[in-house]
Ligand binder design. Structure first.
Ligand SMILES: Cc1cc2nc3c(=O)[nH]c(=O)nc-3n(C[C@H](O)[C@H](O)[C@H](O)COP(=O)(O)O)c2cc1C
Length: 171
């Protein structure tokens, strides 16, 4: 598949089969995250691969009871390091949320290429997620995603038209 084909194929999956993910497939998905670009190549991230059923159930509670998360055989929790990133992006912001988001999207697109489903989870209570997973104080949780084989074919969500989001030469 071309990159654009994979981008078109990816949709948020909210129903999963419990089928296990072969190790070689998982390692390619994780490799895609590892290869992501980051500001100054600082790679301020860590990805927690959660397989334990009890921990997955706890994560559901920390994610506003989005139960489908625990259906998947794996939940990936993307963490960022505010103390180890480029601190003055655009002269005003730290790069870690962007760095982690890019790596997570790499992972998500490779998952789509492999026929796996994901769903970016942004609705979560960070203190609870950190407590469940023993995440250190100076590390932040950016996002989670279930990772597993889809149990349904999600519908396409619409997008804005290109002319609404593009301008040329000036804003
Ligand atoms: C930052 C962010 C946070 C999101 N949080 C959630 C979430 O907590 N739960 C959920 O089911 N979907 C979540 N989504 C998925 C979006 O709802 C979804 O990407 C959007 O509706 C477009 O649909 P698609 O991914 O199928 O193209 C999130 C997506 C992003 C980018």
């Amino acid at each position: 598949m071309s990159v654009l084909d994979v981008i078109r194929k990816r949709k948020s999956v909210r129903k999963y089969k419990s089928d296990p993910i072969p190790e070689d497939v998982l390692s390619r998905v994780l490799e895609a995250a590892r290869l992501a670009p980051s500001a100054k190549n600082l790679q301020p991230w860590k990805f927690i691969i959660v397989r334990d059923k009890k921990i997955k159930r706890q994560l559901v509670k920390a994610c506003l009871n989005q139960r489908f998360i625990a259906e998947a055989p794996i939940v990936i929790v993307a963490c960022g390091f505010p103390d180890e990133c480029y601190a003055k992006q655009g002269r005003y912001m730290k790069s870690w949320p962007i760095d982690v988001a890019i790596a997570m999207e790499h992972l998500i697109l490779q998952a789509a290429e492999e026929g796996l489903g994901t769903c970016w989870i942004g609705a979560f209570e960070e203190p609870k997620v950190k407590e469940i997973l023993d995440v250190p104080k100076n590390v932040r949780v950016v996002a989670l995603t279930p990772l597993g084989y889809p149990a349904h074919e999600p519908k396409h969500r619409g997008r804005k038209k290109l002319e609404e989001i593009i301008s040329y030469d000036k804003y």
